[in-house]
Design a binder for this molecule. Structure first.
Ligand SMILES: [Zn+2]
Length: 380
């Protein structure tokens, strides 16, 4: 009855253990089924890294440290603010590992970001076989470097000599014990974790022997991150505050993201403001054709987008201004608000941008987000 530990996900909790013909089986990871890949040592290969532009001195120093750690068998946490160019920091160790013929993977929680990174890595390593693996796209499972969602890690038990894991604080990876177990099980060698907002548990873990934490608190363009301004307004007035702030940005010809806490609110907020400002649109995970809407926004067809957290990461738009509507909603913890604020001022050509929180009260998340961003800016 007891003592059963799932060989796939490490679960030992009786709550998730079922019995079939008297044999125990794990119910926690039962939805993860499909072809798996067996470890095979590879052979050294030629790698050409095409960065497009040079790393900053800080990025270079960090990139070198990550590589040294890997060579010395140390797992690394890269704690870097959003917009610091932390993805590029991992290219050096990826190049080295590929050249040695190691099995290399780069895992991220969300499919959209996997696809985006796939194209970036293809540009960076034009002579190597970069493969993307995510739900519905898993015919090819091997290559020189595999970019995959954390949901696909179960296919690679004991496989990766080097595994980079980015956005560890993002849904659905954050707090998911099964995905964390698959991550751990898929590592044969060593890993690099990257985060803009790691939890205290993660930071503590990297203080242990065999681990190291590297920090990058400034953006690659060396300008401060906009500190969010809180505008307090009673619930019923918040729509009008939103309208007035949006109007100001639009008159200045600046594109705007309006973040709202729920999918339903994307529609109702858009319905309200589009009466006055029709040149906008809304997106959420439920919105059909959202990639096209986002592309149209980048091309200037729309002046603003109302969005859920779906645009919290990975999108860079010049001159972008950010409004978070109902920023005191409990869905927004400090980590989420920091990510959202990080959308503004990302371009070196236009490093400024305003971030406004509209809320009826100052939540703990708001307070912590403002504090953390101000703190990072003191390192400039
Ligand atoms: Zn299991």
């Amino acid at each position: 009855m007891t003592g059963f530990v799932c060989p796939r996900c490490g679960n030992s909790s009786p709550r998730y253990i079922g019995y079939k013909n008297g044999e125990p089986y794990c119910r926690r990871c039962i939805s993860f089924r499909g072809t798996t890949v067996e470890y095979k040592p590879g052979s050294p290969k030629k790698v050409f890294l095409n960065l497009g532009y040079p790393l900053s001195d800080k990025q270079k120093a960090l990139s070198d440290s990550v590589l040294d750690n890997f060579k010395n068998g140390i797992d690394t946490l890269v704690y870097a603010v959003t917009g610091s160019g932390k993805t590029e920091i991992s290219y050096g160790v990826i190049a080295y590992a590929m050249s040695q013929g190691y099995n290399v993977g780069f895992a991220l929680p969300r499919t959209d970001v996997v696809i985006e990174l796939y194209f970036r890595l293809k540009d960076a390593f034009p002579n190597n076989r970069i493969v993307a693996v995510y739900g519905g796209h898993n015919k090819t499972l091997t290559g020189d470097c595999i970019i995959l969602t954390t949901h696909q890690l179960y296919r690679y038990p004991g496989y990766f000599d080097l595994l980079v894991l980015d956005e560890i604080d993002a849904f659905p990876f954050k707090g998911d014990a099964t995905l964390m177990a698959f991550f751990k099980k898929s590592i044969r060698g060593h890993y690099v974790m990257m985060s803009a907002t790691p939890s205290k548990e993660v930071v503590d873990q990297f203080k242990k022997p065999g681990h190291a934490m590297l920090t990058l608190r400034t953006r690659f363009h060396r300008h401060p991150i906009p500190v969010p301004k809180l505008i307090k307004a009673p619930f019923f007035l918040q729509y009008f505050v939103l309208l007035s702030k949006l109007g100001k940005f639009l008159r200045e010809k600046k594109p705007v993201f309006i973040f709202v806490p729920t999918v339903d609110l994307t529609q109702s907020v858009f319905a309200f403001i589009s009466k006055k400002y029709p040149r906008g649109n809304y997106v959420s995970s439920k919105r059909e054709g959202r990639q096209k809407i986002i592309a149209d926004f980048k091309n200037g067809k729309y002046a603003y987008l109302v969005t859920t957290a779906v645009l919290e990461r990975g999108v860079t738009v010049a001159k972008l201004q950010v409004i978070v509507f109902r920023a005191d909603d409990e869905i927004y913890d400090a980590a989420a608000l920091i990510q959202i604020a990080g959308r503004a001022g990302r371009k070196a050509s236009d490093p400024t941008g305003e971030v406004l929180f509209i809320a009826s009260k100052e939540s703990e998340g708001i307070k912590r987000a403002q504090k953390e961003i101000s703190f990072c800016n003191t390192f400039l």
